[in-house]
Design a protein around this ligand. Structure first.
Ligand SMILES: [Fe+2]
Ligand SMILES: [Fe+2]
Length: 173
């Protein structure tokens, strides 16, 4: 049971690391383009993926395993916001499918705690998917000018700061 779970958990960490790297890259690019709220959404999402990696790592240590820290994918050097959102959606979709499968496998291996962890992660990744899908819908409808307008408002808005591309949602880690 332990070995199987540790193996799945390490695959999950590799997936989280890939997402962290990719979203950091998108954050840097979007910031450079002046699309501040969307850049912030990508940064916040990368931070949440890091928290996922931490939860998975804790579980591996509890099971007495070693933590492998290798990203499963290289960073895609995408420069257009719309294509970034499509890539981000695909990454989340991949994680959702993978964690659903892993939850079932852990259940079959009588490891309820790992199963529960994967189920929690499915919920979190579905929320990420939803946020990216929402932004991608806006960009499709209004074009990238929408993102520039957003950043204009953020610049003019002053103290606020808390608003963002996600429509103000602050998903729990
Ligand atoms: Fe994640
Ligand atoms: Fe995610």
């Amino acid at each position: 049971m332990r070995e199987k779970s540790i193996n799945l958990l390490n695959q999950a960490i590799a997936d989280e690391l890939s997402a962290i790297h990719q979203y950091m890259y998108f954050h840097f690019r979007l910031d450079d383009l002046g699309y501040t709220p969307l850049a912030n959404l990508l940064k916040q999402t990368a931070i949440q993926e890091m928290q996922h990696a931490e939860r998975i790592a804790e579980r591996i240590l509890f099971l007495g395993g070693e933590i492998e820290l290798k990203a499963s994918k290289d960073v895609d050097k995408i420069h257009e916001a719309e294509a970034m959102l499509e890539r981000a959606k695909a990454l989340e979709q991949g994680s959702i499918e993978m964690y659903n499968r892993f939850a079932i496998e852990c259940g079959q291996n009588a490891d309820s705690a790992s199963k529960k962890l994967f189920e929690d992660l499915v919920n979190a990744e579905e929320m990420h998917y939803d946020q990216f899908d929402r932004q991608s819908g806006f960009v499709k409808r209004f074009g990238e000018r929408y993102l520039a307008l957003q950043s204009f408002q953020a610049g003019a808005g002053g103290a606020g700061g808390a608003g963002g591309a996600g429509g103000g949602q602050e998903p729990a880690p």
